[in-house]
Design a protein around this ligand. Structure first.
Ligand SMILES: NC(=O)c1ccc[n+]([C@@H]2O[C@H](COP(=O)([O-])OP(=O)(O)OC[C@H]3O[C@@H](n4cnc5c(N)ncnc54)[C@H](OP(=O)(O)O)[C@@H]3O)[C@@H](O)[C@H]2O)c1
Length: 256
């Protein structure tokens, strides 16, 4: 059996790194994208050591279309047949009200979460269609299901991920390809550190008093979705910590 190849954007941290470990443990070859080359190199060394897998680093900023085109075009021939694309790179900056926030920060969020995802889809899906093999797994969010205070732009980007995922599934209905949207609730990763502009204490506070999901928990779901039988297309998964009931309702104990 040929070894399958998974392409993961934003593999240097959190959910993306968790997916890299999960797919490596299950015999996949990995193409690892992100901007932080040092973190990606450390991850590649870890995966090759622990899982004896092959990993190919493709560092670029998904917001930069030319870098993305050049990166994908530079893949060696034996790395071009991607079986699974995990569009995971994403972020939020701040918790500002829509009429008060920083347009430059929001541009970063929109360009990464929406345009970056679309760029990678546009670059990799035609090859999947031509080969008649492929699964696109987008990392959306519970935030895409409804707005919450201070989250309007991030919520809008994740609602866009839902629309792009649903639209792609429709466009590919006459192919064997599958398209899925994984929508996590609260996951303890570097996400909140980025949201709070590097304030680790504020980030840690988000996860006090309950047990959040880990990147590995989400990766388990992503892998489950990817390994379902070929005739089974899991369109969406909404997963949350047990003590979370909606985007804004979390039962925290012992926290003032
Ligand atoms: N944590 C949560 O509670 C949560 C909940 C629902 C959904 N999500 C979604 O899950 C995804 C992963 O987030 P995470 O929680 O794992 O956060 P994280 O630990 O901060 O990881 C984000 C990843 O995205 C990469 N990234 C950011 N901007 C990029 C860019 N322009 N080009 C390429 N890579 C970029 C980062 O790598 P570099 O810095 O190396 O570029 C990093 O590897 C995001 O789409 C996020 O919206 C997270």
């Amino acid at each position: 059996m040929t070894t399958k190849t998974v392409f993961i954007t934003g593999a240097s941290s959190g959910i993306g790194a968790g997916c890299a470990r999960k797919f490596a443990a299950n015999g996949y070859r990995l193409i690892l994208n992100g901007r932080n080359v040092e973190k990606l190199t450390t991850l590649k060394e870890e995966l090759e050591r622990d899982f004896k897998c092959e990993a190919f680093l493709l560092p670029f900023d998904v917001r930069n279309r030319q870098e993305a085109v050049d990166g994908v075009n530079a893949l060696p021939e034996d790395w071009q047949a991607v079986d699974v694309l995990i569009n995971n790179a994403g972020l939020v900056i701040g918790l500002d009200k829509e009429h008060e926030g920083d347009l430059d920060e929001w541009e970063v969020v929109i360009d990464t979460n929406v345009k970056g995802l679309l760029t990678m889809t546009r670059l990799l899906v035609p090859g999947m269609v031509a080969r008649g093999v492929g699964h696109i797994i987008n990392i959306g969010s519970i935030a895409g299901d409804g707005a919450y205070p201070g989250g309007s732009v991030y919520c809008a980007t994740k609602a866009a991920v839902k629309a792009l995922t649903d639209g792609l599934r429709i466009d590919l209905v006459d192919t064997p390809l599958r398209v899925s949207n994984i929508k996590p609730g609260m996951v303890e990763t570097n996400f909140s550190v980025v949201r709070f502009r590097g304030d680790q204490v504020a980030a840690d506070r988000c996860y006090q008093g309950f047990q959040p999901l880990t990147g590995e928990d989400v990766a388990d779901t992503v892998y489950y979705v990817a390994s379902a039988p070929a005739h089974v297309q899991i369109a969406e998964v909404l997963l949350m910590p047990t003590q979370q009931a909606s985007a804004t309702i979390v039962h925290k104990t012992g926290v003032i």
